[in-house]
Design a protein around this ligand. Structure first.
Ligand code: NAP
Length: 489
């Protein structure tokens, strides 16, 4: 299937249940739009409870055979899937830009990053070792085997619409768990394209299912995914509000729950920092994906002594970023995902200025119109401003001064969130002290980029439960079974 402008979707643009591309039972569809142009790219099925239940049953039916495959065979299929993603990276990246808006360069990086999760977990699946325990009871032998949790339900957001899928599908499938995926309303086409490549790689019917729908259908699909007895695990990435709702729904069935939720990352610059390095990292940690990332720097805490220099250089760099359609050469910042996102950014800027922050650069809608906004820097922002308390999810950097290390750490931790934090210093003692004191699942020291499939990614406090990536990522999809063998002298 192709889009109205002739570019490929890589899939038939339908749901995928039990190895078949399927329309909604009642044939209803919803439009997927390009956030840069507002134009409809494709119509996708609006699926509901019945289709979701069929997908869950297909996953359950596929589970015994998938689990029985050797770890090497599952690994081979995952690596074939990753290789197809790399072979098709240009087309996948262009689709990602059309559907989500980020610059093509970032979209291509996301496709490679996404494929790397399939590769990494293809190997981790081969090392899901159990244990032999020195017997604690006479006449016994004690072993622990790692077993797949069972059928998984995965729900993913629009901001990294390819990587957030493989970060779940990789460990789930490697562990032996078939899944049903529900991608976000704004980005079903990326999910279906990834699925089509999985089909081509030979992932068997029922092992990877995709149920699509709009935001009205999400609650109906989510209810089935969280309450059907066949589903043993929910893996969700998205907002804290929806994550906590799903956790409540899953509680009745005592299902395993992994949650990758929202953040409010502090970015601390101490007076002894390498300022060039800190500003470069700030630009990528704040403006990548137009600020629409859970790990985006959301509060810049800068030592008094370097505040003005940092703000001046950050504003210069932010003002030079090119805003435009992600498909255009040289674009640094694409559109925001929708009008609601633009309104939130506007509200945060107005509120901060109303509370005494000063506008240094940007500050409003971009002349391109639509959902394009100007990269913005605010200085002397009070910490009770909305922008410091909520995830902004837009290209606005709010800078606040601090006078000493204790104040910086106290302010950094003064939030219900705990996903990522960043800090910049040349003092090794401070590196240890501050990284131990920060209440976040990820601490970035003197760098703005840390995401990698080999390391655990996840949050503390209301930023989530569980970890994706690293060896922890597959542990979330395995259960240990203790087998005690008696009568052995
Ligand atoms: P969201 O509104 O929570 O949506 C995420 C997913 O949940 C979408 O697929 C959505 O479907 C679905 N959903 C919404 N209501 C549901 C319900 N009642 N039952 C079942 N599913 C439901 O979040 P978002 O706006 O798409 O994504 C942005 C958020 O994700 C931010 O807070 C960001 O920080 C977080 N995030 C976290 C990480 C991480 O690793 N910690 C990574 C990326 C993003 P519809 O789209 O159809 O409504």
């Amino acid at each position: 299937m192709t889009t109205p402008d002739g570019s490929g979707l890589l899939s038939p643009g339908l749901g995928y249940v039990d190895g078949r591309w399927t329309a909604a039972d009642d044939r209803r569809t919803f439009p997927v739009t390009d956030p840069a142009t507002g134009k409809v790219i494709a119509e996708v099925p609006r699926m509901g409870a019945a289709e979701t239940v069929r997908a869950i049953r297909a996953a359950e039916a596929a589970a015994p055979a998938w689990r029985r495959l050797s770890s090497g065979e599952r690994s081979r299929l995952l690596r074939a899937w990753a290789a197809l993603m790399i072979d098709n990276q240009q087309e996948l990246a262009r689709l990602l830009v059309r559907e989500q808006g980020k610059p093509l360069r970032e979209a291509t990086e996301e496709v490679r990053y996404a494929a790397s999760f399939l590769d990494w977990f293809a190997e981790e699946g081969r090392r899901a070792y159990g244990e032999v325990i020195p017997p604690g009871l006479p006449g016994t032998r004690m072993t622990v085997v790692m077993e797949p949790v069972g059928v998984g339900a995965c729900i993913t957001p629009w901001n990294f619409p390819i990587a957030m899928i493989t970060r779940k599908a990789g460990p789930a499938l490697a562990a032996g768990c078939p899944i049903v995926l529900k991608p976000a309303e704004q980005t079903p086409l990326c999910a279906l394209a990834v699925c089509a490549l999985g089909e081509r790689a030979g992932i068997p019917a029922g092992v990877f299912n995709v149920v699509v729908g709009d935001s009205e259908d999400a609650a109906v699909i989510g209810r089935e995914l969280t309450t059907r007895p066949e589903v043993r695990k929910i893996s969700f990435t998205g907002s804290t509000a929806v994550g906590s709702l799903l956790m409540g729904q899953a509680a009745g069935g005592v299902k395993s729950v992994s949650l990758e939720l929202g953040g409010n990352a502090p970015f601390i610059v101490f007076e002894d920092a390498d300022l060039d390095l800190a500003v470069s990292a700030a630009v990528s940690a704040k403006f990548r994906n137009a600020g629409q990332a859970c790990i985006a720097a959301n509060r810049f805490l800068v030592a008094d002594a370097v505040h003005d220099d940092f703000v001046a250089e950050l504003a210069r760099r932010a003002g030079a970023l090119r805003v435009g359609n992600g498909l255009d050469e040289g674009t640094d910042i694409g559109p925001l995902i929708d009008a609601a996102a633009v309104r939130k950014v506007g509200r945060h800027i107005t509120d901060a200025i109303g509370r005494g922050a000063s506008l240094v650069v940007g500050g409003g809608p971009h002349s391109l119109g639509g959902t394009f906004v100007q990269p913005t820097v605010l200085a002397d922002c009070p910490l009770d401003a909305d922008i410091c308390c909520e995830e902004t999810f837009g290209p606005v950097a709010a800078v606040t001064r601090f006078s000493d290390e204790a104040e910086a750490v106290r302010s950094a931790n003064d939030t219900p969130y705990g996903l990522a934090s960043y800090f910049f210093t040349r003092d090794t003692g401070r590196v240890w002290r501050v990284s131990e004191a920060l209440q976040t699942g990820i601490v970035a020291v003197n760098t703005g980029a840390f995401s990698s499939p080999v390391a655990p990614f996840g949050g503390m406090k209301q930023s989530g439960l569980g970890r994706e990536g690293g060896h922890e990522g597959i542990a979330d999809w395995l259960e240990s079974k203790y087998v005690c063998h008696g009568g052995v002298d």
